[in-house]
Design a protein around this ligand. Sequence first.
Ligand code: 3DU
Length: 215
Amino acid sequence: MEKKNRLILALDVTDRENALRIANEVSDYVDSIKVGYPLVLGEGLGIVKELVEIAPVIADFKVADIPNTDRLICEHVFNAGAAGIITHGFTGRDSLDSCVKVANDFGTDVYVVTEMSHPGGVEFFRPVAEDIAKMAVEAGASGVVAPATRPERVKDIRKIIGEELSIISPGVGAQGGSAADVIRAGADWVIVGRSIYNSDSPAKVAKKICDEMNC
Ligand code: 3DU
């Protein structure tokens, strides 16, 4: 993904009309649009084909199954035009390898969740986050997902993954994280949803976040 604005829009609205309106409004300020279950269950995978006309799409399906099922999910998502997919890592190396193999065949990206950004993210993830980050490096993933709500953890994870992998970081705004702080801690991109799509002026908010990251 080309690093221009360091902002990824989390487009968790559930209808096509709003999705396309908001995506178009903020297209100058985002490097990518992340879609997940809310929008795809609302409108079908075809929405990805429409959104890629506006910006590259990352499919946040937090893929977490056996290798064969993971392969089938990745193939569908990349055939729909997504440039990247988010997977879990706790399912183990063989499952992650399966996703990375499909991504390599398509020339697309795999991002692995290390520790989640919500309060419950520390309950089970915290003890395994470093191991998952190491595995992401060894498996040849493109990057990891790490919490903007805990910039110190982003710093820890950056130390483990080095400079080659990217960190994409959700938790800015509605979850309390600061874009500038997490970029300073070592994230490459912030992922922002509600603060942008629930605003009366999505473009204004997106621009403000971009300005904040000029740090
Ligand atoms: O809190 P927001 O509305 O800015 O949205 C954050 C997005 O990032 C949302 O799509 C959520 O599903 C996703 N995400 C996390 O919030 C935390 C994670 O650890 C991983 C993904």
